[in-house]
Design a protein around this ligand. Structure first.
Ligand SMILES: *[C@@H]1O[C@H](CO)[C@@H](O)[C@H](O)[C@H]1NC(C)=O
Ligand SMILES: *[C@@H]1O[C@H](CO)[C@@H](O)[C@H](O)[C@H]1NC(C)=O
Length: 296
């Protein structure tokens, strides 16, 4: 991994030099983004490396945990080979291939899904998850700072006849890329935070029968949304298209949860506050879900 990192540092430097010679004006115009783009690339690579090390620190003999670690390692390996492909393309002066970006995103996402499934009471798992999330955040910065749209457009262009805008949109949807996977991840994370917020509310609302009914409805909605996410995740992992019915199930489950939480009106302000906090979290999940629809 150290050699790999050194390779990427060399890459970032050589690319900056190339650009300085080739386009001094655009560097001046957009120098901030350019530097940030390379910093984000380096952070992504460094993050992958420290996540890999953190995974090695997980010594649990529990079979679920070992299986999750193996799956997470496979995801990281995939992400890393996507980065190598991107690095080679950049070194030879080409745009980063969308498929490789997708590979990086999906590898990170798969690793995250694997780790999030196991007990959070194991500190070494939590540490690895934190490193992984830092890596994903750095990857998000790459998308934001390295001009992904231009690259994606470039890849969409050959198959997009001007007369057939719908086909172009479909191609772009299929390409998806890192942004799509970040949105998926944000949906999963927010969904899990929503469940925690509703569980917390359920502890506060024990004495209020009406509120508890709505809390249970909200919980059922979130569970249904989670089942929909699992169906989608299974489809993605096996290389199939996410079934439309599973997407609907996620959306409907979230809407049910939010409506139930919004209808809570208790005489206990703590219950109302908890319901408002949980509803806001479900709202964020819906926003993240909308980003999935837009980017995937
Ligand atoms: C939750 O979703 C919002 C978008 O609605 C996003 O900005 C945020 O990062 C997400 N939270 C997590 C923990 O992913
Ligand atoms: C749990 O609910 C209480 C009361 O609404 C709130 O003060 C507290 O911040 C909540 N904790 C979490 C972790 O959401």
């Amino acid at each position: 991994m150290a050699r790999f990192t050194a390779f990427f540092v060399a890459l970032a430097l050589s690319v900056s030099q190339l650009n300085v010679h080739a386009a001094p004006l655009s560097i001046r115009a957009d120098g901030g983004n350019f530097v940030q783009c390379n910093v984000a690339r380096l952070k992504t690579v460094a993050g992958l490396s420290s996540t890999t090390s953190a995974l090695k620190q997980i010594t649990s003999t529990d079979s679920d945990t070992s299986a999750a670690v193996t799956a997470a390692q496979a995801g990281l390996k995939d992400a890393q080979s996507g980065i190598v492909t991107i690095a080679k393309a950049l070194l030879s002066g080409q745009a980063a291939p969308s498929a490789a970006r997708e590979q990086v995103g999906q590898g990170l996402l798969a690793a995250h899904a694997a780790l999030e499934g196991v007990s959070a009471s194991d500190n070494s798992v939590t540490t690895a998850l934190t490193k992984l999330e830092e890596t994903i955040a750095a990857g998000q910065q790459v998308v934001a700072k390295c001009g992904s749209d231009a690259v994606e457009e470039e890849f969409v262009a050959p198959s997009t006849a001007p007369a057939d805008a719908a086909e172009g949109t479909l191609t772009k949807r299929q390409i998806g890329g890192l942004r799509c996977n970040i949105a998926r991840l944000q949906t999963v994370r927010n969904l899990s935070a929503s469940t925690k917020a509703v569980k917390n509310l359920s502890a506060t609302a024990q004495g209020d029968t009406l509120a508890m009914t709505e809390v249970q409805n909200a919980m059922a909605g979130l569970q249904s949304a989670k089942d929909g996410v699992s169906t989608i995740a299974r489809a993605i992992v096996t290389g199939q298209q996410a079934p439309a019915s599973a997407r609907d199930q996620v959306g409907q489950g979230l809407n049910t949860a939010q409506n139930s939480l919004n209808s809570i009106q208790s005489s206990d302000p703590a219950i109302n506050d908890g319901a408002a906090a949980a509803s806001a979290m479900v709202g964020k999940t819906l926003t993240a879900g909308a980003a999935v629809v837009a980017n995937c």
